[in-house]
Design a protein around this ligand. Structure first.
Ligand code: PLP
Length: 435
């Protein structure tokens, strides 16, 4: 029973391990459906936070895991070279070239990928400062958390890592201006800061940015902004690190969200959907940048575990064969159309945005970005769960509903989920309306 399991959790699991979807439980899952501890089926719009792009328990991924588990469970890449690690790096640099010879290193999580990208960038440039963004999420290790913006995730955990400088992320909705108007000004001010302070360009090793902010609320960096940023970085000898942990591997309709902007980063970070459900991540980069890391400065005991590599290789094969990039684009346009309709019908829906199948709505009173409808959002997602649709929120104010469903979701499941989100938002807004 869900109730009993949650009671046992509360007794022994730290309260600090947040529960972002109420008392939801999971016993088994397949495709886009989860079965909870009461035997109830949920349509999954969360994908374990954007991890299940190929769907839960994809048979090919499960078979690869079990075959590898019988051959070699662990060796440690620093101790012995095994083929799955090398083969996965070959696949990654083939799918995601960084403008010339490209190399990779494997890790266990997104935060670890970010940590290692920063260490590589510092060694490659001989500089220490890192520029990151308001609204950013880069993980919960101490450096990852230092780069993360959301204060609710950081309270009481400092002091944070030094030499981190934060700049605004362009947001058409929040700033109430068109993208074109935003881009030039944000780029001008970005570069101006190197002169006005707080840090000269010659001290900056890297700029790290999510091409679409994930936890920050699916805010899409305008393509011209990313291109301008890349150009500024090149001019000042700064490395551009794109954090693709949430956007990567077909979510936005491409292998990398940066492909939409035609930008090639110096380094990039990956995890979440890469392992089809097993914990694995990667740092990719231009070969000479990746090789600037001295032996022994990056890596770890488990990074690129053989079973996780086999799962990732199977995951990439499924993504290629089933053309999940094309499917993500299809899902994205279905979701966008339904969300646009919802916005026209309800003035609590302030914004509809996203890229590919990474779509969200932002709920605000009278569509005013300064008045986040946090309670309406919480009530709406609770109503969704009660009706068998698992969705999660995003954004500093928790007023954004995001779609991260598996890309193997059927049209019927998707339509059902969108119907439930639509009626839940409408009912929650009505229930909480101030007379
Ligand atoms: C989730 C996420 C991370 C952190 O990944 P973990 O595997 O949770 O450590 C880093 N960056 C982005 C953009 C993310 O969405």
């Amino acid at each position: 029973m869900s109730h009993a399991l949650i009671r046992r959790r509360r007794a022994v699991v730290s309260d600090g391990v947040g529960m972002f979807a109420g008392d939801t439980t999971a016993v088994s899952a397949q495709g886009a459906r989860i079965v909870d501890a009461d035997g109830r089926e949920l349509i999954d719009f969360a994908g374990g936070i954007g991890v299940m792009n190929v769907g839960h328990c994809h048979p090919e991924v499960v078979a690869a895991i079990s075959a590898q588990a019988q051959r070699l469970l662990h060796a440690c890449i620093h101790v012995a070279t095994y083929e799955p690690y090398v083969e996965l790096c070959e696949a990654l640099v083939r799918l995601l070239p960084h403008g010339g010879p490209t190399k990779a290193m494997l890790v266990n999580s997104g935060a670890e990928a970010v940590e290692n990208a920063v260490k590589i960038a510092r060694q490659a440039t001989g500089r220490s400062a890192i520029v990151c963004f308001e609204g950013a999420f880069h993980g919960r290790t101490l450096l990852g958390m230092s780069l993360t913006a959301k204060s609710a995730y950081k309270r009481g955990c400092g002091p944070f890592a030094p030499e981190i400088y934060r700049v605004p992320f362009p947001s058409a909705f929040r700033e109430g201006r068109s993208e074109d108007a935003l881009v030039a000004e944000h780029l001008r001010r970005f570069e101006e800061r190197f002169v006005l302070g707080p840090v000269p360009a010659e001290h900056v090793a890297a700029v790290i940015i999510e091409p679409v902010q994930g936890e920050g609320g699916f805010v899409v960096a305008p393509p011209d902004y990313l291109r301008g940023l890349a150009e500024i970085c090149t001019r000042h000898g700064i490395l551009l690190v794109l954090d693709e942990v949430q956007t990567g591997f077909c979510r936005t309709g491409r292998w990398a969200a940066f492909e939409h902007a035609g930008v090639v980063p110096d380094l990039s970070t990956w995890a979440k959907s890469m392992g089809g459900g097993l914990p694995i991540g990667a740092v990719l980069g231009r070969a000479e940048v990746m090789d600037a890391a001295r032996p022994g400065t990056i890596g770890g005991t488990y990074g690129g575990n053989p079973v996780a590599c086999a799962a990732a290789l199977a995951t990439l094969r499924v993504m290629e064969r089933e053309d999940l990039n094309a499917r993500a684009a299809e899902i994205g346009s279905m979701v966008r159309a339904r969300f646009e309709r919802l916005r026209q019908e309800h003035d609590v829906v302030g914004d509809v945005r996203g890229l590919g199948a990474m779509m969200a709505i932002e709920l605000c009173h009278d569509r005013d970005p300064a008045r986040p409808a946090t309670e309406v959002t919480a009530a709406a997602v609770a109503r969704c769960r009660a009706q068998g649709v698992l969705v999660i929120t995003a954004g500093a104010f928790g007023n954004i509903i995001r779609v991260l469903s598996p890309l193997v979701i059927s049209n019927a499941e998707l339509e059902r989920g969108l119907e439930v989100i639509g009626s839940s938002v409408a009912d929650a807004a009505k229930e909480l309306a101030t007379p």
